[in-house]
Design a binder for this molecule. Structure first.
Ligand code: GLP
Length: 263
């Protein structure tokens, strides 16, 4: 196995629920560790079907175990553009419904790209988003999913390691996949604002969660294939702090080498 790949810690869990719970425990672990030292936590966060179980488990931990989100700052990866925050398709609304409305976070510390701005104001907003992350002191832990095009955030094929927060055009496969999460009869915008690969790679620790047989091919390409902009998630291979959590179906196409080292 190449030294490059050895940096990734891969864990294959029994099923989707167990894998989502493991991802939630990693987030909670970072929060608790930092709370014990009295330092705030900056989280990078993803949306998508994969995250539903993770946020459900974090809400459960808040209610039953007293896990606190006071002092947590959250930066989400992306938002559709144009998109109003109260639109049922929006990632603003999704994050509030799945997580933020149910925990003790300070609403002023919840950040997502603003999908309401006109085109001419987007560049300035993207720069401001990057600045806000830096001002918060960098992302301590990033929770990532992966799209079937290999995207992390909405970094579609062609997104290099140096990309930053910007407006992107969505791949037709992504639009078709994500349409399943949108209310019936509605269409998704063809554009989104996303953190870049470079923005994501600056996080101290990253957990990538992938669930289901439909992710098996892209998971294998991302973890074992060449590191290049054809699969944005492949750049995770060059980050030292990445943990990959998979259910058995998503791990189905990994080589014996990777699986042999998996926990
Ligand atoms: C979405 C989001 C990503 C997410 C990915 C996987 O489009 N922009 O952040 O990780 O695609 O989505 P899902 O979990 O629904 O498969």
């Amino acid at each position: 196995m190449s030294s490059r790949r050895r940096r990734l810690r891969v864990h294959v869990l029994e099923d989707a629920r167990t894998a989502a719970q493991a991802a939630a425990r990693r987030v909670a672990g970072v929060l608790l560790e930092r709370q014990a030292c009295n330092v705030p936590t900056v989280l990078g966060l993803a949306t998508g079907a994969t995250m539903i179980g993770v946020y459900g488990e974090l809400v459960r931990m808040h209610r039953q175990d007293g896990l606190s989100f006071a002092g947590v700052t959250g930066f989400n990866l992306d938002e559709y553009w144009p998109m109003s925050p109260d639109d049922p398709r929006s990632y603003h609304r999704t994050m509030h419904e799945l997580l933020w409305d149910h925990v003790d976070v300070d609403p002023a510390r919840v950040h997502l790209p603003d999908g309401t701005l006109p085109l001419e104001e987007l560049d300035a907003q993207c720069l401001a988003y990057e600045r806000a992350i830096r001002r918060a002191g960098a992302i301590d832990h990033f929770l990532l999913g992966i799209g079937r095009t290999g995207h992390i955030g909405f970094n579609e094929p062609g997104s290099g390691a140096g990309t930053r927060t910007r407006l992107v055009r969505l791949d037709a496969r992504t639009l078709a996949d994500n349409a399943r999460l949108a209310p019936p009869g509605t269409e998704l915008p063809e554009h989104a604002i996303t953190m870049g690969v470079g923005t994501i790679l600056e996080a101290r620790q990253i957990t990538l969660l992938a669930l289901g047989a439909h992710k098996a091919d892209i998971v294998a390409r991302a973890l074992e294939g060449p590191v290049n902009d054809e699969v944005a998630a492949s750049f995770l291979q060059v980050h030292d702090g990445v943990t990959v959590l998979l259910d058995r179906d998503a791990a189905a196409r990994l080589s014996p080498d990777t699986l042999g080292s998996a926990g």
